[in-house]
Each structure stands twice: as structure tokens, then as C-alpha cells.
Design a protein around this ligand. Structure first.
Ligand code: VGL
Ligand code: ZN
Length: 197
């Protein structure tokens, strides 16, 4: 019998209303996620955690936010500066319970963005979360948080590819939804075998 874990993705101030990369209704997921934590022995929180001048920031390239550039690993959306290490914006939402077992910080390499909790955006550099979960006998994952179409999507698809049984609580996620990215993400997660609830 394999164990179950909850992965809470990027419930940070910058992704909540008033934040630098605010997701509409981002703060609405907090009470439901707090309650859901009660059902899991293992809770992992992820935290987007960029150095100032990160390669995914539009300002680093003198470009407009929400445009694209070509990185060595493929096209990359350029974002407003967000979740800078140690800033208030990078802190978890103040209402979020943070007693969880592990916090994975991602996006620390200035040259590579990292949406997924498992791999950086080059899709090969691991965060170590796969090994953490496997060595604890975890086979079932439930994922909730921000944003549905980026970090939740990448984490869920990578987890399914790694062989985990994955459920995404879409009711406890909110999306950025840029140019149809939410519909594409939902279709991609389904195609990867992720259960959407
Ligand atoms: C995210 C864009 C940039 C996310 C993180 O948490 O979905 N999106 N960095
Ligand atoms: Zn980021």
C-alpha cells in the first residue's frame, strides 16, 4: 500500500491579490488547503524563490512582462519581478498553515526558471522531491495551489511521468490564464493521466 502526500504549490503573497504576479482569487484557496492538510501524513510546500535579476524576469532583459524569449531550454515567458528570495512577496500567504514536512524552494538558478516541483524548466535538473517521496513510500499525490496553468500543471505532469498516481484539486487552484494557457494546461494534465477534481 503506498502512502499519500499533499503538495501545496506556491501559495505566496506575490501570487495573491496585491502581489507582483497576482493570480485572480489566489487567496481563496487558503482555507480549503489548510483543511485538506489534515487528511495527509506527508505535506510538502513549494516556494518560488528567485534571486534578484532572475532570467525569467522581464526587467532583466529590458523587455515587457508577458512576452517571450528563447532560453537554451526553449521559449520562456517573461514575468514581472516576483518571489525574490527573502522578500515579503516570496513569503507564504499569512493564513496558510506551514507546519508541513518539507519546503521545496525552486527557481534559485538565475539562468533556469522552475515551474515544476520536480524539475527545472530544462526538464532535466531535479529538485530532489522525487527521491524524497519515493524513499518515504509515497505513490499517491494530491496537488493544489497556484497557478493552475504553470507551476501546478508542470508539477502534475512531471509527477505523472515519474509514475506517481496524481490528483489535482482544481477547486483549490487558481490560474494566470494567459492566451488560453488554462485550457491547454487542463488538456495536458488529462492527457498525462492526471485526475482532475
Ligand atoms: C509561477 C510564473 C512564474 C507559478 C511561478 O507559481 O505558477 N508562475 N513563476
Ligand atoms: Zn517564478
Amino acid at each position: 500500500m503506498s502512502e499519500s502526500a499533499l503538495i501545496v504549490v506556491d501559495v505566496q503573497n506575490d501570487f495573491c491579490p496585491g502581489g507582483a504576479l497576482a493570480v485572480a482569487g489566489g487567496d481563496e484557496v487558503v482555507p480549503g488547503i489548510n483543511a485538506l492538510m489534515e487528511d495527509f501524513d506527508t505535506v510538502v510546500l513549494t516556494q518560488d524563490w528567485h534571486p534578484a535579476g532572475h532570467g525569467s524576469f522581464a526587467s532583466t532583459h529590458g523587455a515587457d512582462p508577458f512576452t517571450f524569449i528563447e532560453m537554451p531550454y526553449g521559449p520562456q515567458v517573461l514575468w514581472p519581478d516576483h518571489c525574490v528570495q527573502g522578500s515579503v512577496g516570496a513569503a507564504f500567504h499569512e493564513g496558510l498553515r506551514t507546519e508541513g514536512d518539507l519546503i521545496i524552494r525552486k527557481g534559485c538558478n538565475p539562468a533556469i526558471d522552475s515551474y515544476s516541483a520536480f524539475f527545472e524548466n530544462d526538464r532535466t535538473t531535479p529538485t530532489g522531491l522525487d527521491g524524497y517521496l519515493r524513499t518515504r513510500g509515497v505513490g499517491n499525490l494530491t496537488i493544489a495551489g497556484l497557478a493552475t496553468d504553470f507551476c501546478v500543471n508542470y508539477s502534475a505532469v512531471d509527477a505523472a511521468k515519474l509514475g506517481f498516481n496524481v490528483t489535482v484539486r482544481t477547486d483549490l487552484c487558481r490560474a494566470i490564464d494567459m492566451d488560453g494557457s488554462l485550457a491547454a494546461a487542463l488538456a495536458g494534465m488529462k492527457a498525462a493521466g492526471v485526475t482532475l477534481v
